[in-house]
Design a protein around this ligand. Structure first.
Ligand SMILES: C[S@@+](CC[C@H](N)C(=O)[O-])C[C@H]1O[C@@H](n2cnc3c(N)ncnc32)[C@H](O)[C@@H]1O
Length: 288
């Protein structure tokens, strides 16, 4: 709930602290700006110009919810949660500290909810620019506060307020991440790697992940964040039937690039069930 993370939230316009008003139906900043909490429990925290992006639409979010609920990406979730635990341990965060984990581009909150179940006493801030995603995020876990905000803009978070940031197949803003991380805090990034969904690429006509993605991500963070050790791969095989393949493609950008009738035809031409590789890299980044 938003009340669990109110000590972390800041006015998106001027960065002053936010607090709850009228039984948390609004958040107000020290400078007097007021933001209404939506009846579904999330809050939109955008600066004066509003949001420049809309993020994933309802159909993509629904596909994501179905695909992830089947557990196909469970090894990714476990790897991210383990990395968060390692980061907190390395930073010496005590067990009773109620650490704050913020996921950027959190989607339905599947990863954040699992991480919170895994990290004793943790609280979560789920940020996504998609309203459709925020509706899921707001109910994904009792300790998650759901915020609609743009990852490319000033984050509506106070300076040095977050213990760990997770970014799973989502946008990164290294300068802002460095600003909001507590000393010793880190960013954990999961990036798709070449070979991810390899068996589906040719038959469905979807483009492969480009080589050197992690290197470029590290270069873009220069001056704000530095890698902690080497990135490491998480690779496993999934058994996907045609319905799961449909939801996997439906939750990805490919959903926007392929004509739905063509896609349906190509999926129907696949075997009823097939082995598909999932492959991503995990990178830990600390403040410079
Ligand atoms: C590929 S999805 C990943 C969602 C989630 N991390 C997961 O793996 O289930 C990318 C997410 O980033 C969100 N997103 C895209 N652009 C964004 C932005 N500028 N600010 C915040 N979120 C954004 C999308 O709405 C979407 O939910």
């Amino acid at each position: 709930m938003l009340s669990d993370i109110i000590d972390v939230l800041a006015d998106p316009i001027d960065g002053t602290p936010l607090s709850g008003a009228d039984d948390f139906s609004r958040l107000v900043s020290e400078s007097g700006h007021s933001y209404d909490v939506a009846k579904q429990g999330y809050i939109t925290l955008a600066g004066g110009a509003g949001l420049r992006y809309t993020g994933d639409d309802t159909a993509m979010v629904n596909s994501r919810e179905v695909f992830l609920s089947r557990g196909h990406f469970a090894p990714f979730v476990e790897a991210v949660s383990m990395a968060v635990n390692d980061v907190l341990e390395d930073a010496g965060v005590p067990d009773n500290a109620h650490p704050v984990i913020c996921e950027i581009g959190a989607g339905t909150g599947y990863y954040l909810a699992h991480t919170l179940d895994d990290v004793h006493g943790a609280r979560g801030v789920g940020i996504d620019v998609s309203v459709a995603a925020a509706k899921h995020l707001a109910k994904c876990h009792p300790k998650v506060g759901a915020v609609v905000a743009d990852a490319w803009a000033r984050l509506p978070l106070r300076d040095e307020s977050v213990d760990a940031i997770t970014v799973i197949f989502a946008p990164r803003n290294p300068a802002e991440f460095a600003r909001v991380l507590k000393p010793g805090g880190e960013v954990i990034v999961l990036t798709a790697d070449a070979g991810h969904l390899a068996e589906l690429r040719e038959p469905l006509g979807i483009i492969d992940v480009e080589e050197g993605k992690v290197k470029r991500m590290i270069a873009q963070a220069e001056g704000h964040l530095v890698p902690v050790g080497e990135s490491w791969p998480v690779e496993f095989e999934m058994n996907l039937d045609q319905d799961s393949i449909t939801t996997q493609i439906g939750m990805s950008p490919s959903a926007r690039h392929i004509d739905p009738a063509d896609l349906k035809e190509r999926i129907l031409a696949l075997p009823p069930s097939m082995k598909v590789t999932a492959r991503a890299m995990i990178t830990r980044l600390a403040k410079v």
